[in-house]
Design a protein around this ligand. Structure first.
Ligand code: GDP
Length: 191
């Protein structure tokens, strides 16, 4: 149960917060997969991470001290529609920097997907990096409410085929389905 989450700071590169000893749980995903909505559903505090409206506005890595014990790290959403190729590249570089060069050792990385989009090449790149860096991670397939029951199982199986042995959860920020399971994964990563 998450009782509090407080914005601490945004970073765009090396910063002391990366290695201050507070455990980090990072959220990564393409723009519009519902990463902000999912974080808000988890934290149960509507205004924590701004949803929608200006996709891609968040170009920094945001740290939220959560329950006073860990940082929820919101990585920038990758690939929003209006971004120029140069902007996309810059955002990807920042994400890759956090995961592979910053020295951060997140106790868990949550890769958020949109069930309809499935695994994109960006997600496959992320999985590759997470494996190389040996960061523990789970895949949360959001917006599961958008598919009918039969289609859900089919799409989850298709994603699982590509994602291999990674833990994978179906969720909906809208209906709250799967949110308790995501919380459980966070809790066990913090043990
Ligand atoms: P972000 O760019 O990944 O942070 O995505 P947002 O949280 O801003 O959400 C993008 C859009 O998807 C918004 O219009 C949300 O209302 C919608 N959305 C987010 N989560 C869900 C979900 O679980 N189900 C459905 N149907 N829509 C969702």
């Amino acid at each position: 149960m998450i009782k509090s989450s407080q914005f601490i700071k945004s970073i765009r590169g090396t910063d002391e917060i990366i290695s201050d000893g507070v455990p980090q749980i990072a959220f990564v995903g393409r723009s519009n997969v519902g990463k902000s909505s999912l974080i808000n559903a988890i934290v149960d505090k509507k205004a924590l991470v701004r949803v929608g409206k200006k996709p891609g506005k968040t170009k920094e890595i945001n740290f939220f001290l959560t329950n006073g014990t860990f940082y929820l790290v919101d990585l920038p959403g990758y690939g929003y529609a209006q971004a120029t190729p140069k902007e996309r590249e810059k955002l990807k570089k920042l994400i890759v920097w956090y995961l592979s060069e910053s020295g951060a050792k997140p106790v868990l990385v949550v890769l958020v997907l949109d069930v309809k989009a499935g695994l994109t090449s960006f997600d496959e790149d992320m999985i590759g990096i997470l494996r190389t860096e040996k960061h523990p991670f789970i895949i949360v397939v959001n917006k599961i409410d958008k598919l009918k029951q039969g289609e859900q199982a089919q799409q989850m199986a298709a994603i699982r085929k590509v994602s291999g042995d990674a833990g994978i959860l179906a969720a909906s920020a809208q209906t709250s389905r799967g949110i308790p399971e995501v919380l459980e994964a966070l809790n066990s990563a913090l043990q």
